[in-house]
Design a protein around this ligand. Structure first.
Ligand SMILES: [Zn+2]
Length: 460
């Protein structure tokens, strides 16, 4: 076999050559390059193509030799609340009201900034290890958490979430908006962090802060992450509070724009789908969370038919309970078929595009990430195809949508930086983090009931 050094000269030396991969580009032609290679330099993709042509032109300071494994764009999770990982498993199998008021809110109120950071880092480790390279998050202390995310090396859109009621980080929506303005200024142009606005929802905010959010979004160009029409109860509350549905309230207050990513949209009418499409807003579909909280099933195929850009999110780790995007895109594909009673609904290619290039478009990042093309940042993952559930290796899109798991990810790179390699984290001290998770839980369980520690006997 010819080694890289024996090939003809001259060659350009780059930071990294990825060699011998099945490259799933997710480019406009959805090209798959078997026996492919990729040249990465200064954190970006310089060239991509058949192995022979790339190796004729490039040599790498660092070399990643693969045995036909899949190299694909990192997955993009368009809706989550990463610090909630610290509360994973505290409240399952119960109604939303009980879930929120007896568990989630008391738990949140007991958390210190250090605990929020612990939760965020657990999620970052989980995402890195399961192939997510970019995510959109709305929660608390985002200004502080941005440093944790940047240190882990993951790309993110971050927004502090606010309601009319006080939040753990801001006493009011007005204070949160001022905080958001500072956050947007401080992280303007940051390589990894995109600061955004996070009005919680129309049922937790009056019209005035929603209008102020729209004005700040227009002034700064910031994205807006907002929950919308997650449940029929939410639609009812919005009707009582505003005299209009959540989608109509967003429209009236100026928050339905191409800068908006609406989480859920389970309960939307045909007319509302058309309104969302006409406004150019995107929808983050969170199938596992919607199923677990019994919210219903979002009409994804109808939204797509109406022209809405639909992308995928996991939602927070208390309502999912994981952030494995492979699991999520599989759920999205399966639940659409069940809901529509149509096996052709949401095919493999569609869900893969929703979790990569379409997601990048929703987050206005498609010039930088979402597909593997020269000129984009090198945000990619390696999926180990040498697993029983991925053999025989026949249809790459089918395998990625229906058979692959987050645990098949063997390498994760963001901006050309190696964050994860065969079970080892490069930017996170996992041993220390696991110990912190344990301490956080010991504290947290003082704030909430933990009936499962003494489970009732199951009748024989
Ligand atoms: Zn959410």
């Amino acid at each position: 076999m010819t080694t890289p050094d024996q090939r003809k000269q001259p060659k350009t030396t780059v930071d990294l050559v990825v060699d011998g991969a099945t490259i799933v580009t997710m480019d406009p032609q959805n090209r798959v390059i078997t026996h492919g290679a990729m040249a990465v330099d200064h954190g970006g993709i310089l060239a991509i193509g058949p192995r022979d042509s790339i190796l004729d032109s490039y040599t790498g300071k660092d070399w990643l030799s693969l045995d036909g494994d899949i190299v694909m764009p990192g997955l993009i999770n368009c809706h989550t609340h990463i610090p909630m990982a610290v509360m994973r498993g505290v409240a399952d199998d119960m109604a939303l009201g009980k879930w929120l008021f007896e568990y989630v809110f008391p738990a949140e109120n007991s958390l210190t900034l250090d605990r929020f950071q612990t939760g965020a880092e657990i999620s970052l480790a989980e995402m890195i290890a399961s192939g997510t390279t970019c995510f959109a998050d709305m929660y608390y202390f985002q200004h502080e958490l941005a440093h944790v995310v940047a240190r882990a090396g993951v790309r993110a859109v971050l927004a502090a979430s606010y309601k009319d009621l006080p939040s753990p980080d801001f006493p009011s929506a007005d204070a949160a908006l001022e905080g958001a303005r500072r956050f947007i200024m401080d992280f303007h142009g940051h390589e990894l962090i995109t600061p955004a606005l996070g009005p919680h929802s129309t049922y937790t905010l009056a019209s005035e802060p929603l209008r102020k959010t729209a004005a700040l979004a227009e002034e700064t160009g910031a994205l807006v992450l907002v929950h919308a029409s997650e449940t029929s109860g939410e639609v009812k509350m919005a009707m009582e509070k505003h005299g209009a549905s959540p989608i109509e309230v967003l429209r009236r207050t100026g928050l339905l724009t191409p800068q908006s990513v609406l989480a859920h949209c389970v309960k939307v009418t045909q007319a509302e789908m058309e309104t969302i499409a006409a406004a150019g807003a995107s929808v983050a579909h969170c199938p596992d969370s919607n199923m677990k909280l019994a919210s219903g099933i979002a009409p994804v195929t109808a939204m797509k038919r109406a022209g809405v850009r639909v992308v995928i999110g996991t939602d927070g780790p208390v309502s999912n309970n994981d952030q494995d995007m492979f699991a999520e895109l599989r759920s999205a594909a399966l639940v659409a078929k069940a809901a529509d009673e149509d096996p052709e609904a949401l095919p493999a290619m569609d869900v893969l595009r929703m979790a990569t290039i379409e997601a990048a478009r929703a987050l206005h990042m498609d010039s930088r990430t979402g597909s593997l093309e020269p000129g984009k940042r090198a945000d990619f993952i390696v999926v180990d195809i040498h697993r029983p559930h991925l053999q025989p290796f026949t249809n790459v899109f089918s395998h990625l949508a229906y058979s692959a798991r987050g645990s098949d990810v063997s390498f994760t790179f963001v901006n050309g930086r190696r964050l994860y390699e065969r079970g080892e984290f490069r930017t996170i001290d996992w041993e220390r983090l696991e110990a912190r998770a344990k301490t956080a839980w010991a504290d947290l369980k003082k704030a909430i009931p933990v009936p499962w520690e003494k489970p009732p006997a199951t009748p024989a």
